[in-house]
Design a protein around this ligand. Structure first.
Ligand code: C2E
Ligand code: CA
Ligand code: CA
Ligand code: CA
Length: 279
């Protein structure tokens, strides 16, 4: 609705104050949330597009807020990043994911690779490699069953250092993938020097597959690029048969999305895999 400039201005000012207040409140709650065990992980299956087999899961964090209910990571990961709390939270995620994966293996589930998101500040932490090593040692999980998802922007900030760090992780036996590929600015020539195994096509390019020539061109180009670099390629946010059909026809290796499964609690994921309800 068209209001006078003045009214609009006051309106926006008030909204902004409210959201800053809300942020401060969340930030305050975030401080004690780890100790109060208010975080939990959900696990979303990753599926091989040719065989339909679940070969891995991505760990996705949730905050069970005592008053607000379940809060998604888009609302608190940026706050945790800004405040530095991401280091503690990230370490909890890493350790919990490794422990959970080992527990599934001990329970007799077919071995899965677990993917953990690593935020910029976490990736830049000089102790990251050490922390990953500890999480593996303490859980007893073999490194081949752990993957870290890193965004391109993080790597491009300090290319040499990032590549050295990735090489260290790779040498440990941990896999690396580039998350949200195509959304950041990345240098294609740098890509060939990354010791990574997978590119992940961002869901913004997947949404309109079957409807948008532009997005189809982007998705199929990423698939071809990945294969030329001998990388695997996964599409996230796959919701429809049409999207899956396009991806399969264009040689995409793996997919993840609501079409197959939403992110699930550990118990439900195990039940699904035990029941063999793969499509
Ligand atoms: P992301 O890494 O790009 O994760 C994909 C997001 O897409 C997840 O949102 C997932 O639940 C959602 N998704 C999965 N399938 C579909 C689908 O078919 N359609 C649609 N529309 N969405 C789908 P979520 O769980 O809310 O996570 C949002 C972002 O928060 C993640 O984006 C990631 O960047 C960050 N995040 C989540 N967990 C962690 C964590 O443990 N550590 C860090 N540092 N970041 C995390
Ligand atoms: Ca991710
Ligand atoms: Ca994404
Ligand atoms: Ca993301």
């Amino acid at each position: 609705a068209k209001e006078t400039g003045k009214n609009n201005c006051q309106f926006y000012t008030r909204e902004m104050n409210e959201s800053i207040e809300e942020k401060l409140l969340l930030l305050d709650g975030l401080r004690g949330a780890l100790e109060a065990s208010q975080f939990c992980l959900l696990y979303q299956p990753k599926v091989d597009l040719r065989t339909g087999r679940v070969f891995g899961v991505e760990a996705l964090v949730r905050w069970e807020h005592p008053e607000q209910g379940v809060i998604g990571p888009d609302r608190f990961i940026p706050l945790a990043e800004e405040s530095g709390m991401i280091l503690g939270l990230g370490e909890w995620v890493l350790r919990t994911a490794c422990q959970q994966n080992r527990a599934w293996q001990d329970a007799g589930l077919p071995p899965l690779r677990i993917s953990v998101n690593v935020s910029p500040r976490q990736f830049e932490d000089p102790r990251l490699v050490e922390r990953v090593q500890h999480a593996l040692n303490d859980s007893g999980l073999a490194p081949e069953w752990l993957e870290l998802e890193v965004t391109e922007g993080v790597i491009m900030r300090d290319l040499q250092q990032a590549v050295a760090k990735m090489a260290e992780l790779r040498a440990m036996g941990v896999s690396l993938s580039i998350d949200d590929f195509g959304t950041g600015y990345s240098s294609l020539s740098a890509l060939k020097s990354f010791p990574i195994s997978t590119l992940k096509i961002d869901k913004s390019f997947v949404r309109d597959l079957g409807r948008s020539d532009g997005d189809e061109a982007i998705a199929s180009s990423i698939i071809e690029l990945a294969h030329r670099l001998r990388l695997r390629v996964i599409a996230e946010g796959v919701e429809t048969e049409q999207q899956r059909g396009f991806l399969r026809e264009n040689g995409c290796d793996e997919m993840q999305g609501y079409l197959f499964s939403r992110p699930l609690p550990a118990m439900q994921l195990a039940e699904m895999l035990m029941a063999g309800t793969t499509r």
